[in-house]
Design a protein around this ligand. Structure first.
Ligand code: AMP
Ligand code: GLY
Length: 426
């Protein structure tokens, strides 16, 4: 069968890789894809359609006998791509627009968790700066406090304010300077949670669910979790902090009530669910939901899947996830992101990328592309996060060492990466 993957990051390259491995698949189309998916060859080809061009994507799926579509990024979900495809009788992996509000509206997700007794930080919702500031001024607010734009902000809509001045500045920037545009029309102010972050990834058909490996992202640009927030500078899986006992609590207190609650409220949740957790002394609370897989977490979570990915995706759209094989390798995986100098601020693009001859064939290594383009035989940088350099190992340490060894085989002008990915898990 033919599969369409929507998105252009390293997550979508990893999705294309995992889908193309399946014997069930004849052709994989990636819209719009990147240099990595362009270079895959074989079953895989890029389609020059934007992830947000919903009508054109549907027409493409119809014209090319696409049997299954997989949505990588959040914007098409928020725009209602799943509703559109389903109305046209097309199978697609992802939540409806209403269900995707678990990610696209922080107000929706906080109220949902409150209704269903799902552990998360205490919060208040504000629609204007004056009310938010007045509350902070009058209450015995403890600091730090967390200030979030409610709408989609590409992971950048969160301020952690260390005192009242910082909180007021954040509120003014969101409401008065409108730095997040309409995504900042409503603001959530919430309690700061202590602990260690980890993520759990679920595939669900609305009634049944299966668990991928847990993972830990590295959001800050600098070693030791310092400097600015980024889209993610590396990840590893599984995360030792998510012990079997923690996972049991996450299933009972978070995943099951989330899926039941969405079904009861008339929006059964389908597709991938990313549960971002804060774990404090073995007790998990939800920091955020995402309505999709994570980037860079996908680049470590999918290589650990042993059973057929496409069979599981089909089961997720057919309501038969409870009977499909869903097994993980007993291994660890690490991915190190190579970024352009300057990222997450301004950076240059168009820098030629050189890969050593043996880079493509190193055992247990996988090179996923993010911001690259491949034209007339030349691979050049085209984004802030350029490559996601992944390796498997029988231990986390081994996977880290292999990933960093593969990093030495890649060069481009201004390449930057963190040198401590995975260290907190060892
Ligand atoms: P979010 O977009 O909600 O995932 O937030 C981005 C990042 O901000 C998270 O990954 C956390 O590192 C941090 N964060 C968000 N909410 C909280 C919270 N209530 N307490 C502590 N840190 C938080
Ligand atoms: N790695 C964080 C995210 O995908 O939202």
């Amino acid at each position: 069968m033919n599969v369409l993957i929507i998105g252009s990051g390293a997550r979508e390259h990893a999705l294309a890789w995992a889908v193309a491995k399946s014997e069930l698949v004849t052709a994989v189309f990636v819209a719009p894809g990147n240099g990595g998916t362009a270079m895959m060859g074989g079953k895989v080809q890029n389609v020059p359609l934007k992830a947000t061009a919903l009508d054109a994507l549907l027409r493409y799926a119809e014209d090319n006998a696409v049997a299954l579509t997989v949505v990588g990024s959040e914007q098409p979900l928020e725009l209602g791509i799943v509703d559109l495809f389903r109305r046209a009788g097309r199978k697609i992996v992802g939540p409806t627009q209403a269900a995707a509000q678990l990610e696209s509206s922080k107000v929706f997700s906080k109220k949902f968790m409150q209704r269903h007794g799902i552990p998360t930080a205490a919060y208040h919702v504000y629609c204007d700066a004056a009310a938010a500031k007045q509350d902070l001024a009058l209450s015995q607010q403890s600091y730090p406090v967390v200030i979030k734009a409610s709408g989609l902000c590409a992971g950048k809509g969160v301020f952690i304010a260390l005192d009242r001045d910082e909180a007021f500045t954040a509120i003014s920037e969101i409401f008065d300077d409108r730095i997040f545009g309409d995504a900042g029309n409503v603001v959530v102010i919430e309690e700061f949670l202590h602990g260690q972050e980890a993520s759990v990834f679920v595939l669900t058909d609305g009634a049944h669910y299966r668990l991928f490996a847990s993972a830990q992202d590295h959001k800050r640009i600098g070693d030791g979790d310092t400097g600015k927030n980024t889209g993610g500078m590396g990840a590893y899986a599984p995360a030792p902090i998510v012990t079997a006992e923690v996972m049991r609590k996450v299933e009972e207190r978070i995943i099951q009530p989330t899926l039941q609650g969405m079904a009861e409220e008339g929006s059964p949740y389908t597709g991938f669910l990313y549960v971002g957790l804060m774990i404090d002394q073995g007790e998990p609370a939800v920091v955020e939901y995402n309505a999709r897989l994570g980037d860079p977490e996908t680049q470590v979570v999918l290589p650990l899947l042993k059973s057929d990915f496409v069979a599981a995706l089909q089961a997720s759209v057919n309501g038969t996830l409870n009977v499909v094989p869903f097994e993980m390798h007993e291994k660890s995986a690490t991915t190190v992101v190579l970024a352009s100098a300057g990222y997450p601020d301004a950076y240059a693009i168009g820098k030629p990328i050189t890969l050593a001859d043996d880079a493509a064939t190193m055992p247990d290594c996988l090179l996923f592309h993010a911001g690259t383009t491949y034209e007339s035989g030349a691979l050049v940088t085209a984004g802030g996060r350029v490559l996601s350099v992944t390796a498997l190992g029988s231990t986390l340490r081994e996977s880290i060492d292999r990933a960093y060894h593969l990093v030495t085989k890649i060069t481009f002008d201004g390449a930057y990466y963190r040198s401590d990915i995975g260290a907190k898990g060892v």
